[in-house]
Design a protein around this ligand. Structure first.
Ligand code: 6PG
Length: 221
């Protein structure tokens, strides 16, 4: 496991502090933030939207996604829709919002490449130890190091829909990465990452990786 594992009772609260800290540290005119999908992310975004002590000026934030399902942006399975419902429609005007579109992987890749690294990438952990849409035994895991955004699917069929996803190279270029993990159902996956098994989430590697896990996921409850 690359980075630090921090076991916390309240993952969404700890997530807010990490985003606030990354916001304070960012250089340049815009703070770039790549969002995740999933229900842990939804809880984190709802808390972030409601965070009364937030230092974030959302008009200075460039919102991106680390992965997306290949569905319309207003589809119930869309990560864009999740973020809009839980966060972006609740924080007032946002500087830039760049949804991932499965028909324009190259365009998204150029956008990410032009950033020279995303300020903060938020990732989740699946029970099969996937992260973003990097699934076990999936082609995206073997993308050339030059690729930042690629199409992908789950060959085992555990995660529906064709996807677009950051590659491990795009994740590695991030200034900071925060991985949020909640619940007993993630304990085995987190154990495998900690044991150094070659699972997709174990490939998360960047200058600053912080894993936020509750006691149920970390096995300390
Ligand atoms: C996705 C997510 C995915 C998610 C994990 C955890 O598009 O599905 O990006 O990587 O973060 O599957 O999801 P839960 O928090 O719902 O368990």
């Amino acid at each position: 496991m690359r980075g630090e594992l921090r076991v916390v009772e309240d993952v969404p609260a700890a997530f807010c502090e990490v985003v606030g800290d990354a916001w304070r540290r960012h250089a340049g005119d815009r703070f770039s933030l790549a969002l995740s999908g999933g229900e842990t992310a939804r809880r984190c975004y709802e808390r972030l939207a409601d965070w009364s002590e937030s230092p974030i000026d959302w008009t200075q934030v460039q919102v991106l996604w680390g992965d997306e399902r290949c569905v319309p942006l207003d589809h119930p399975e869309s990560n864009h829709r999740l973020a809009r419902e839980a966060l972006l429609d609740l924080v007032g005007p946002v500087g830039e919002v760049h949804p991932m579109r499965c028909d324009d992987a190259a365009g998204y890749e150029r956008r990410i490449a032009a950033l020279d690294g995303v300020d903060l990438v938020h990732l989740g952990l699946g029970p099969d130890a996937h992260t973003a849409s990097l699934f076990p035994d999936s082609p995206a895991l073997d993308a050339p190091p030059s690729r930042l955004v690629v199409p992908n699917e789950d060959p085992r069929g555990n995660n529906p829909l064709p996807r677009l996803t950051f590659t491990t190279t795009a994740i590695a270029a991030a200034r900071r990465v925060v991985v949020t993990v909640e619940g007993e159902s993630k304990r085995d996956a987190l154990d495998r990452v900690r044991a150094g098994d070659d699972v997709p989430a174990a490939r998360i590697d960047a200058p600053g990786v912080l894993w936020l896990a509750d006691p149920a996921a970390a096995g300390t409850s």
